[in-house]
Design a protein. Structure first.
Length: 114
């Protein structure tokens, strides 16, 4: 399987203010996401990378991209073997399993599978 970047999100302590900022800056609009306070960005461009703004899910404010993988738990385990740390263990929401790790230098990256 190829491992493309499939999703991006901004996790914010104040997602409403974050949405207001980007709406004013870029004209983005939003639709509801998988859980309260989580929204998907409508950039007005068909086929744009799916992007979301939501509340913190542990940790601090962050901008993340998610890489598509076959097995989220196995990928997180492999990241640990390579010196990384799991920030957010595998979780499931309707239609997707995802998790977040930091590489050995602290760069946070998400992984997701349908």
């Amino acid at each position: 399987m190829a491992h493309p970047v499939i999703h991006a999100e901004i996790r914010s302590e104040d997602p409403d203010a974050t949405r207001d900022f980007f709406a004013a800056l870029f004209g983005w609009t939003y639709s509801d996401g998988a859980f309260p306070g989580y929204t998907f960005v409508d950039t007005g461009v068909e086929g744009a990378l799916p992007t979301a703004i939501g509340p913190l899910q542990g940790g601090a404010d962050a901008v993340l991209f998610f890489v598509g993988v076959d097995d989220v738990e196995a990928t997180l385990a492999r990241a640990e073997e390579l010196g990384g740390n799991i920030i957010q263990p595998a979780q499931q929401v309707p239609g997707v399993t995802f998790g977040v790790f930091a590489d050995a230098h602290g760069h946070a990256v998400g992984v997701a599978a349908n």
